[in-house]
Write a protein that binds this ligand. Structure first.
Ligand SMILES: Nc1ncnc2c1ncn2[C@@H]1O[C@H](COP(=O)(O)OP(=O)(O)O)[C@@H](O)[C@H]1O
Ligand SMILES: [Mg+2]
Length: 211
């Protein structure tokens, strides 16, 4: 089982939105997916409760139980991918999710405030020795200058994945319990999410990380 953790010390950067649509895109690509919601706000769990489509298993796990859950789930071949959504305030519960992660994705909006806020997140992940990928999220689909500036700066501190544009499909998908690839399979948001999932999968180590 590979573990992908969405993390950033900035609320509203898109952790939950990307966790949801990445989970669906991964499932569609053949992964057997479990989604774990560590955020007390339970946004991802609420999205899951709206879902009538199958495929993804949801687990609400107390951070203190994550070690035990990961150890026992790793023993079963039933789950191939676990996506963990985390709160925007770092604490022991985020650390435990990062310790187990094969890869951590950090969504960053294309603004200088978000860029600054991403630095401590990146340092923390790097200090834990985890593979770090930044994702510029909710980027303007028509004007690339700011996005390109942010990518250049982020690139000095880690890998930068495919850009996810600001699109209403993401809001509609969250409101209807779908991933963007289910909401509009031929849409641009779907294409971007599939590209992000393929990029992430390619970079995630397959071997178990030592915690
Ligand atoms: N790519 C996107 N396009 C449009 N809206 C987005 C996008 N990403 C996130 N949002 C919206 O931004 C808000 C914050 O996103 P959310 O996933 O809750 O962030 P976080 O989990 O990091 O706090 C939500 O209203 C969400 O619908
Ligand atoms: Mg969230």
């Amino acid at each position: 089982m590979q573990i992908l953790t969405l993390a950033s010390q900035k609320g509203g950067s898109g952790k939950t939105t990307l966790a949801a649509s990445l989970a669906v895109a991964a499932y569609e690509s053949g992964e057997r997916v479990v989604v774990v919601d560590l955020d007390p706000q339970r946004s991802l769990t609420s999205w899951g409760m709206l879902r009538s489509a199958g495929g993804i298993v949801f687990r609400t796990i107390a951070p203190a139980d994550l070690d035990h859950w990961v150890t026992s789930t790793r023993r079963t071949p039933v789950v191939t991918l676990c996506i963990v959504d985390t709160p925007g305030t770092f604490g022991p519960e985020v650390d435990v999710a990062l310790r187990h992660a094969n890869c951590a994705l950090v969504p960053v909006r294309a603004s200088v405030l978000d860029l600054w806020a991403s630095a401590p997140t990146a340092r923390r992940i790097a200090a834990m020795g985890r593979i770090l990928g930044f994702v510029v999220n909710a980027a303007s689909p028509v004007s690339y200058a700011r996005t390109n500036d942010v990518i250049a700066t982020l690139g000095e501190n880690g890998l930068v994945g495919p850009v996810i544009s600001e699109r209403v499909a993401h809001r509609d998908a969250m409101a209807t319990g779908l991933g963007v690839t289910e909401l509009d399979p031929a849409g641009k948001a779907a294409a971007e999410i599939r590209e992000l999932w393929a990029w992430t999968k390619q970079r995630m180590p397959t071997e178990q990380v030592s915690v």
